[in-house]
Design a protein around this ligand. Sequence first.
Ligand code: HEM
Length: 414
Amino acid sequence: MATLAAERLLTIDDLDVSRLDEWLEYSRILPKFAELRRRGPLHWCPESGFGAYWSVVSHAAIMEVEGRPDIFSSRWDIGGITIADRKPDRDEPEMPMFIAMDRPQHTGQRRTVAPAFTPAEMLRHAPDIRRRTAELLDTLPEGEVFDWVDRVSIELTTGMLAILFAFPWQDRRLLTKWSDAATDFEAIDNDEKNQARWNTLFEMAAYFTNLWTERANAEPRPDLISMLAHSDATRNMSPQEFLGNLVLLIVGGNDTTRNSMSGAVMAQNLHRANWQKMMDEPALIPNGVSELIRWQTPLAHMRRTALADFDLHGQTIHAGDKVVMWYLSANRDESVFPQADIFMPWRENARRHLSFGFGIHRCVGARLAELQIGILLEEMQKRRMRVELAGEPTRVFSNFVHGYRRMPVEIRRG
Ligand code: HEM
């Protein structure tokens, strides 16, 4: 007790882990989370650029919050799933999507798209993913600096999404543009950027409306648009819900897997010996995929809003409070993952990571993400491909999408 009493009180600066400038530097945000975890599983930050919020920072406490969707709501109309609230003074459309709904609406809509991600569907997609990945790796230049994010991470994940939607192949980079617009945190406080963001999203809605009409008038097919157009739970979605669910599937499939693929280069460069062990023992790759997703944590948080007062770990969360579950912190929780900052492909419990969330909203695309990342690592292994950083990577300006904008690299063999 004496030691605790002697500890200084946390200031707002210590408590506020939402400041975007701090997310541009890994070296600043991770120690802040480590200190918060040391002090306890949840902390109230009374003011920030995003208003007041609870930070849930331990693995166990996040599982508890995710396990009570009746108390901790995802509903878009009372707060949604990110720390950023909708600005009521801005005249912008609503964007309901099923990740930001509670039961029962969530259940029906999730069920509609789930058949696109079954093990059988993964088996069907695997040969094509391997062919695209191998062909792409074989076109990469050697001894020349290029951007890994654009040439590899974006190309592979955008191609995958185009296949899932049966989207016109030549236009697939539009999916990247739309995904980036949807998650643009720079637009939060910038009206001009926000207007440009909405113009891009309207362009997306118009394009998809044409695809929808075409699929709705044709026989059902196993692509996501056709599934949504023919299912009872989604056939009569409002235009806003249509837009919201498209954004969900595009961002879900794009920004996240993309940043695991960029994280692979970081793991290779920062933890060389451990990476090499995985390349020497390819049987480690499946577990290495989970470890990579843990270590990178492509989405740093999900948010909930309390519907009722709730006692958690000795503190009372009040109805209406914003509750932010920091997956990035849970995945570095030393009580679950010893030496958590280190990428260790043989880590026994790597699969316990919370990068995909937990409970009723756990990522529906998790299997597909693992499949794509696993194939990428296997094809790199077959080619003995060393991807060396050739400059400082640029991070995404966000406390939600946790990843890289650009990553200059050079390929060597060995
Ligand atoms: C490494 C890659 C990925 C990561 C880290 C990731 C992460 C997440 C997280 C954290 C959630 C919310 C979980 C929660 O609230 O408990 C989620 C939900 C979701 N993800 Fe992913 N995701 C990835 C890949 C994908 C892919 C490839 C797709 C589809 C193409 C996808 C589609 C979705 C959808 C539709 C949801 C909503 C599920 C629901 O609300 O029931 N994700 N994902």
